[in-house]
Design a protein around this ligand. Structure first.
Ligand SMILES: [Zn+2]
Length: 251
């Protein structure tokens, strides 16, 4: 019998939702299936806030993740990771903030090999990349503080979201904003023990799946306001800096 697990977002007792093979990957959405690994991964679901997660990854070290997920085969199940996504994310940032870039100190959290920051630097942005798997020797406190932190496709990879929030809090200036992407699970996860959503993919490291409500509760715990531009792009902020006010249209 599986042990009782509590929701890391709202502390409600959770039940197992489904078990999937470790090799379930996001590429299944494009019709590409890996061979089954034979390793079972249990996902739990919180009926209160909608958070869905695979608690066994809490025991994994960074080395475990490097060896078993972010290894040489990772590119095959996330082919957009190296180039396509950094380029499209650059376009998002430019679209939002290019005219105010002189006011912005930007950190790209989870930026992999740093391509997004590099592309921004080439157009005179003050931008830095940090990724726990690429900058293993870097202590977070030595990075400084930033008023724009982006975290594209990061939250769903994190086994301990509170550790991430505490780290972001250290790095964020008082009037800064966190712009992040992760697909909301609302209407994607049903409760009849079928986790067939393509985004729920342990082989991709997608182990924390957020509903809108779970992000709202998470924001409140860290005294942030929460906003969404879409089902995939979101904001945490305390005060809205002048250079970002144009994003908040008063209707
Ligand atoms: Zn919950």
């Amino acid at each position: 019998m599986l042990s009782e697990i509590f929701c890391p977002i709202c502390n409600t007792a959770c039940t197992p939702l489904d078990v999937v093979d470790f090799n379930k990957s996001c590429e299944e959405a494009r019709g590409k299936f890996l061979q089954l690994s034979g390793i079972a991964v249990y996902y739990y679901h919180c009926d209160h806030c909608g958070f869905c997660f695979a608690p066994e990854f809490n025991q994994w070290t960074l080395k475990d993740f490097s060896d078993k997920i972010y290894n040489d085969e990772y590119i095959a199940i996330d082919p957009d990771y190296q180039e396509i996504r950094p380029k499209s994310n650059k376009a998002v940032i430019i679209n939002f903030f290019e005219s105010n870039k002189e006011h912005i100190q930007h950190l790209d959290w989870g930026g992999g090999n740093g391509l997004l920051s590099q592309l921004l630097q080439e157009t005179n942005w003050n931008s830095l990349s940090y990724d726990p798997f690429f900058n293993k020797e870097t202590e977070i406190k030595t990075l400084g503080q930033f008023n724009l932190i982006t975290a594209f496709e990061v939250f769903e990879h994190v086994p301990d979201v509170h550790q991430l929030m505490l780290q972001l809090d250290i790095l964020l200036k008082k009037n800064g904003i966190v712009l992040f992407s992760t697909l909301l699970s609302d209407n994607k996860i049903n409760k009849n023990r079928r986790l067939d959503w393509w985004y729920a993919a342990p082989r991709n490291g997608h182990i924390s799946l957020f509903s809108k409500e779970s992000l709202i509760i998470l924001a409140q715990k860290y005294h942030f306001n929460f906003g969404s531009f879409s089902s995939g792009l979101h904001l945490f902020f305390r005060e809205i800096p002048n250079w970002a006010k144009h994003l908040f249209k008063v209707v």
